[in-house]
Design a protein around this ligand. Structure first.
Ligand SMILES: [Zn+2]
Length: 354
C-alpha cells in the first residue's frame, strides 16, 4: 500500500515521517501539530484522518471512497472538531468541551477504524480544560487519535505536552515564499513588476506561512491598504524601530508618541497593536531564554533582530512589559479609554529600555 503524501506544499520530512507511521499502522494516540495560522495544520489533520481510515488497497488516502469524502466534507460521524472558535465569539476552550469528548470517547466508532478528535485551537484550552483533558490522554481507547493544533506549544501544560507527540509545521524562508507566490498567485508576477514592495511586505508578514501569504495577495489593492493586520504589523515594527534604532538615542519616547498618535488612535487599532506587541515580546522572551543558542520558532522577528533586541533588554523587564501589554489587550472591553490605553501601552514599552 502506498501513502499518497501530496497534500501540502513542502513539509517533506514531516509527511515522510507520518507516511511511515500510517503504512506501519503504528501511530501514537495523540499528535500536537504546531505552526502559525495558515501553515497547513488543518489540511494535515484532515489528511491524517483520511489516510488512517481510507480502505483503498493501493494508495491512501484515495480521496474518492465514502470514508475519504465524508472526512473531507467534515461530515464523518467519527471525526470530531472540538471548539472551533473561529465560528464563535468564544476565546477559549473550557472544561465543558472536554467533558463532551469524555461522553463519546468510549463508544466504538460508527464506521471508521480510527475515531479522530481534532482540537484546532488547543492552545486556548483553559487550565481546567487541560487538566480534564489529561485524564483522557492517559489511557484513551486504542481506536482513538487526538490531533491538537496550536500556534504555541508552550501554552499547554508540560504534563499535556509530555503525552503527545510534537509535529512542527515547516516555516518557509522568504525566498521560498516569494517563489511560491510567483508560481501560484495570479497577482504576483504583475505586482512584482509594478509594486515590488507589496510582495516584500506580504512575504514578510506571512512570516513563514503560505496560507497567510495567499490570503494577503488575494486582497484587492484597496483592501490591502486597509487590511488591519498589515497596518498593525507595520505599526508594531515601527515601535521597535523607535525603541531600538541602530544607534540608540534618547528620543525614543517622542518617536513612540508620534507613532501612537498617528497609527494607534482607536480602541480596535490599539487592541490589534497590543496583540502583535505581545507576540513580539513572546519572541524576545524566547530569545532571552535561549541564552546564546538559536531560539525556538519566532513569530514576529527574524532571529537576528530578535536576538539583537533581546540582548539590549533586561529579561525581567520583558516579562513585565509583556504582562502589562497583555492586560491592556485583555481588559480593553471593560475600559475603552483610548488615551489611557495609549499611555499604558507606551509605559509598558518604555520598560524595555530600562
Ligand atoms: Zn479513500
Amino acid at each position: 500500500m502506498i501513502v499518497d503524501r501530496n497534500c501540502l506544499f513542502g513539509n517533506e520530512a514531516l509527511l515522510s515521517f507520518l507516511s511511515d507511521r500510517i503504512a506501519e499502522r503504528n501511530a501514537p494516540h495523540a499528535y500536537l501539530l504546531e505552526g502559525p495560522d495558515g501553515s497547513g495544520k488543518k489540511t494535515l489533520a484532515l489528511w491524517l484522518a483520511e489516510a488512517l481510515n481510507c480502505r483503498n488497497e493501493e494508495a491512501v488516502p484515495c480521496k474518492r471512497c465514502r470514508f475519504c469524502r465524508t472526512i473531507a466534507a467534515m461530515q464523518s460521524p467519527d471525526v470530531f472538531w472540538i471548539g472551533m472558535l473561529e465560528n464563535t465569539a468564544k476565546k477559549s476552550i473550557g472544561v465543558d468541551e472536554i467533558r463532551a469528548i469524555a461522553e463519546t470517547i468510549y463508544l466504538l466508532p460508527n464506521d471508521l477504524e480510527t475515531k479522530v478528535y481534532i482540537i484546532p485551537d488547543a492552545d486556548t484550552m483553559t487550565q481546567q480544560a487541560q487538566n480534564a483533558f489529561l485524564k483522557l490522554l492517559e489511557e484513551p481507547p486504542s481506536y482513538v487519535l487526538f490531533l491538537l493544533l496550536c500556534e504555541n506549544r508552550y501554552a499547554l501544560l508540560p504534563t499535556v505536552r509530555s503525552r503527545v507527540q510534537l509535529l512542527t509545521m515547516e516555516r518557509f524562508s522568504e525566498e521560498v515564499l516569494r517563489e511560491w507566490a510567483m508560481r501560484n498567485c495570479e497577482s504576483a508576477p504583475r505586482l512584482s513588476e509594478t509594486k515590488p514592495e507589496v510582495i516584500s511586505t506580504a512575504v514578510r508578514l506571512a512570516d513563514g506561512s503560505i496560507g497567510r501569504l495567499k490570503a494577503f495577495l488575494a486582497l484587492s489593492e484597496k483592501d490591502r491598504e486597509k487590511h488591519p493586520y498589515f497596518e498593525a504589523c507595520e505599526t508594531a515594527g515601527q515601535c521597535f524601530d523607535a525603541l531600538f534604532p541602530e544607534e540608540p538615542g534618547p528620543a525614543f519616547r517622542t518617536e513612540l508618541m508620534k507613532i501612537f498618535l498617528k497609527r494607534a488612535d482607536t480602541r480596535d487599532r490599539l487592541v490589534r497593536l497590543a496583540d502583535l506587541l505581545c507576540t513580539a515580546l513572546r519572541d524576545l522572551i524566547l530569545c532571552a531564554e535561549s541564552s546564546g543558542e538559536r531560539p525556538g520558532e519566532l513569530l514576529f522577528f527574524n532571529p537576528e533582530r530578535g536576538i539583537r533586541i533581546a540582548g539590549q533588554c533586561v529579561r525581567s523587564r520583558i516579562w513585565e512589559s509583556y504582562r502589562d501589554l497583555a492586560s491592556v489587550r485583555d481588559s480593553s472591553d471593560a475600559n475603552p479609554n483610548v488615551p489611557l490605553m495609549q499611555n499604558s501601552m507606551m509605559r509598558a514599552l518604555y520598560l524595555l529600555r530600562q
